[in-house]
Design a protein around this ligand. Structure first.
Ligand code: NAP
Length: 287
């Protein structure tokens, strides 16, 4: 069968279930326009039971797709079905980016890269501390814990409502990561220079925020939230009122898209203020 990837128009995708909410096409189509590339990036909705068949068609070339992003609930299966996952996705057991190299389907996870690149861009001295507190132990937390460990943080405290989930991550990712129950949040914040919210607390349409006393953080500490709807989350508002620098989560979404675009279309795009404003406008929050 003819490999339809050999067509002139390079076609990439984001696959998930559901997928209508994904803002990834907005980002990638903006960059395709900026570079004048004859390509496309579209949403594909595939149910979990159909996902293996989708990957088989992708690998055969029959679908004419050069790679793409994978989102909930397919990240684990994408990693398992790839021919050559990279070391990072092996450690996480999940992938969000697929591409081809020498006809092999490769997989990586760019969430942690997106997280640190956002902080590097918006608060360059954010990593001048050894001690971080990560609130939440869900899917996104994993990538962030590894990114912080790999950046050289020496003490990373993961605090979660369900202690067992935090313990599982601490056991899995090594001795720099320590697990704590919710009741210990205030205590472990003592002298930490970074606080990261990775829970869905404060997300639009979800639970109301909880009150957090940030006063035990070191002076000059940075507070960041990976939720970006709303952009100004209740946790960020509280931290700013208590005198701390804050970084919102939108940049994580923008930066995690960069490595995929480069792999599929051959140029590395920039995360610009123009792109950020485009997404903010799409979120209906104005500039
Ligand atoms: P997830 O796997 O469902 O994990 C949710 C986490 O929130 C768990 O740790 C959960 O604790 C905690 N949680 C939920 N309700 C809580 C409550 N009332 N009190 C205390 N803790 C609570 O979700 P995820 O995929 O990691 O995503 C988390 C958030 O990050 C979402 O808002 C998502 O939109 C955002 N996100 C943003 C980006 C970005 O690019 N900026 C990327 C990925 C995710 P338990 O374990 O106790 O249930």
């Amino acid at each position: 069968m003819r490999d339809s990837r050999e067509t002139l128009v390079k076609k990439a995708f984001v696959v998930g279930y559901p997928i209508a909410h994904s803002r990834s096409p907005l980002l990638h189509n903006h960059w395709l326009r900026v570079f004048g590339i004859d390509g496309s990036y579209d949403r594909i909705e595939i149910s979990p039971s159909e996902f293996p068949q989708f990957v088989a068609r992708l690998k055969s070339g029959e679908a004419g797709l050069i790679g793409g992003n994978v989102t909930i609930p397919h990240k684990e299966l994408a990693f398992q079905l790839a021919d050559r996952p990279d070391e990072l996705s092996e450690e996480l057991g999940a992938a969000n980016t697929l591409w081809f190299e020498d006809s092999a389907l490769r997989a990586t996870n760019t969430d942690g890269y997106g997280f640190v690149s956002n902080l590097d861009q918006r608060h360059p001295r954010w990593d001048k501390t050894d001690r971080a507190v990560v609130f939440g132990a869900g899917g996104a937390s994993r990538s962030i814990l590894l990114a912080l460990r790999d950046r050289g943080f020496r003490e990373i405290h993961v605090v979660n409502r369900t202690l067992d989930r935090a313990r599982e991550l601490a056991d899995r990712f090594g001795s720099t990561i320590h697990a704590h129950p919710l009741e210990a949040l205030s205590e472990v914040m003592q002298d930490a220079g970074l606080f990261v919210n990775t829970t869905s607390v404060g997300m639009e349409g979800k639970q109301a925020a909880i009150d957090i006393d940030f006063s035990r953080l070191s002076s000059g500490a940075v507070v960041t939230d990976i939720i970006y709807v709303p952009l100004e989350t209740p946790i960020l508002v509280q931290a700013r009122r208590q005198g701390f620098a804050t970084v919102d989560g939108l940049g994580m979404l923008l930066h995690q898209a960069v490595p995929g675009f480069e792999k599929w279309f051959g140029v590395r795009p920039d995360v610009t203020e123009e792109l950020r404003q485009l997404v903010i406008a799409d979120m209906g929050q104005g500039a």
